[in-house]
Design a protein around this ligand. Structure first.
Ligand SMILES: Nc1ncnc2c1ncn2[C@@H]1O[C@H](COP(=O)(O)OP(=O)(O)OP(=O)(O)O)[C@@H](O)[C@H]1O
Ligand SMILES: [Mg+2]
Length: 233
């Protein structure tokens, strides 16, 4: 079976520094739901960015059956939903519904269809039509997070890369997001510090440490017990 996402010998270094990711190997099969855990600075965001060519790297990156390259990066990004941890950076248009409809429109969906898909996706994330018709700038941080999430979900991507998706959401919002993610057919890779959210959303748990995968398994306690024991991560 072709992996949904695969890194072979992935190396990322910023500037001349020590590699943040150091010959990392990881394979995620279609339909898997994977949480990426690790201490601050362990390279979770860097790994998500490497999957879609947002950081320079060495090694092989394969996404949805394609090897990442200048030629394939556009198609890969079109099939991948991404949420990075500063929602403001991902919101491009002033009106909420227009921003969420932008992705489908750019992929050739009609304006009316893109708008109705955007409204439905926003509604599934608890953003009603009145808020959707309003300005992004008037929203709270958690509402902006929901809008950015709607933008990642609205195109029904094959692969979802989410960086701290539950950060800033209220408890009902986290529950709703976990349910929503459980109900869609997608390969999921979620970087998070929210172990409760990880447990609800994922069935495979990966710990990044020292630039590599230090733990990989179906038991989240294998990771949290290391932290409880006061280990290095
Ligand atoms: N643009 C950059 N320039 C230089 N160094 C960077 C840059 N982005 C990240 N780094 C460094 O790379 C390392 C990994 O950062 P990264 O953001 O991937 O970690 P993270 O696991 O996502 O952390 P957090 O849990 O805080 O979100 C850190 O040491 C960080 O300082
Ligand atoms: Mg991060």
């Amino acid at each position: 079976m072709e992996a949904a996402l695969e890194f072979r010998g992935l190396v990322v270094r910023y500037g001349d520094g020590v590699p943040v990711l150091d010959r990392l190997d990881l394979r995620i099969d279609p339909g898997e739901r994977v949480a990426l855990l690790g201490l601050n600075g362990s390279g979770k965001t860097t790994l998500l960015m490497a999957a879609v060519g947002l950081v320079a790297c060495d090694g092989i990156v394969r996404v949805l059956g394609e090897t990442l390259s200048d030629r394939t990066v556009g198609a890969i990004r079109r099939r991948t939903g991404m949420l990075f941890n500063v929602p403001e950076d991902q919101i491009l248009l002033p009106r909420v519904v227009d921003d969420v409809a932008f992705g489908p429109t750019r992929r050739g969906v009609s304006t009316a269809r893109a708008r109705s898909d955007a409204l439905a996706t926003l509604a599934s994330l608890g953003i009603d039509e009145a808020v959707a018709a309003g300005s992004v700038h008037a929203l709270s941080h958690g509402q902006k997070q929901r809008v950015a999430l709607a933008g990642a979900l609205v195109t029904r991507p094959d692969l979802l890369l989410l960086d701290e998706p539950s950060a800033g959401l209220d408890p009902p919002g986290r529950t709703a997001l976990a349910r929503l993610l459980a109900g869609i057919d997608v390969t999921l890779l979620v970087a998070t510090h929210d172990t409760e959210f990880a447990r609800r959303t994922c069935s495979r748990f990966i710990l990044l440490e020292g630039g590599r995968v230090a733990w990989d398994g179906a038991d989240l306690a294998g990771i949290t017990s290391r932290w409880d024991a006061g280990g290095p991560g």
